[in-house]
Design a protein around this ligand. Sequence first.
Ligand code: OOB
Length: 547
Amino acid sequence: MNSLSTPLPDLDLTPWPGSLADRYRELGLWTGELLGDITREHARLHPEREAIVGPDARLDHATLESEVERLADCWRELGWEPGDYVVLQLPNTAAFVTHLISLWRAGLVPVMALANHRFAEISQFVGQTRAVGHVCAGGLGGVDHADLAATVRDSAAGLTTVLVDGQGGHQIEQDPRPRPQLPRDLPPGWEDLPDSGRVALLQLSGGSTGTPKLIPRTHDDYLLSVRESNPICKTTEQTRYLVALPCAHNFAMSSPGILGVLLAGGTAVMAPDPSPATCFALIESERITMSGVVPPVALMWLQAAPRRSHDLSSLERLLVGGSRLPDSAAARIQPVLGCRLQQVFGMAEGLVNYTRDEDDEETVTTTQGRAISPHDEVRVVDDQECDVPDGQVGQLLTRGPYTIRGYFRAGEHNARAFTRDGYYRTGDLVVRHPSGHLSVVGRVKDQINRGGEKIAVVEVESHLLTHPGVAEVSIVAEPDQLLGERACAVLIPAGEPPTAVELRRHLRERGLADYKIPDRFVVTDELPRTRVGKTDLGTIRDERTSA
Ligand code: OOB
């Protein structure tokens, strides 16, 4: 590992080597199309077919297109300019889709925040990107970000807040203070890049560092992953896709997700939450054909289905990914839910793997699929980064036409996260089978995968260390039947040990999103270390005293 390598420059976008970029264009992998144009074709071909159904609105393809135009004009009138970053933070609604695509239509770059992010996260995104705007909910879908938005605006000079209500209206608050101008950190040759080769959106990384890293995806590369996902998942204009996960997540957006459905001319139905009560009712009433969920949601659906009388017969396909689906649960999807299981192992940084319809049952239930494109380069390596043979566990490295070459303005981190020849070190431990399918068996990154929600251990630890009663802390994963794993904070107190209630309140007051707050707190005298310097949960469990 080249962890001592010199920091790389802090670029907005680390470009692919020029010759490779030319090849991806020649091969037609990168088409030059823009994400903001995704609604045009189907608005023309079948204007009256349903495009988006949400708790706030039902839009056909023509209305979606006209809403996109109307909103894009609105952004231009606000003085937002092409290339500006805008934090987009909306719940699962039709408004999410119209706002997303209209930002692209106006040449803006959305930063894909989650509706349940709080001050700690949003202020970081604004700070890192110098975003011109924060688009969030002012009552939309029952979510109100007004207080959060005001606090963020007070902390960031020049930021404009757009609060979206459920009736298609906006409340706009502009900060009169002048915006500090920061130079963009653009790669050499930026002027020569086609628009489609520039940053289209900033996705969020699950992260393994104190400050979450942002992922610059280009129009060319993101569209490639969506376009190639469609035939693999059989997305067509007949598809009615239930968006059961938070809509800003890469899985819900692009695998094949909302964008895949729009590209195919189908319908995306936005579910306010993933519970069986909500989703089963929508599957029945909206005749849903496909959905994508994380394993804990799949487990809840499996448990609930026999006890509910909803008609789920329209559901043809359930994509499951985000964390490892237990093989036993995988085997029950078809018999219990009556639909095909398709496993997906993806990452916001790029690479997406799917099991295929032609795979045998064992492959579908025990692997997380194989890469989308023959141009994805996948290596499985040992600690010295030498390739290991198929069937052996190793770390997954990858590069290809839709996998980033660097995080947003993170030169120092990029030197560790990428090899010199541009492979992304995923931090996942996998076994590759001779067919190219991968089984995910573990990870080496400092992250907890709480049922698909990623928690950067260091980030939460650093917040906990600001509590006066915490001298040392280490957050570790512990097994959980439903979530796969959950977060346990093991701490050495400074004086009288703080209670779990105090510590939770402290983290909330610091504006940390709820899903990052540890499930359990344990007080100890000494943090046991394993050889590699990681906290050894096995030892802690024997000595624990719950806080
Ligand atoms: C998806 O994206 P992210 O960026 O939230 O998380 C990526 C990480 C992977 O590196 C891996 O650690 C884990 O999530 N992961 C899985 C998995 N799918 C993702 N681990 C085991 N089994 C799986 N099936 O999570 C994501 C992005 C697009 C599509 C699907 C998931």
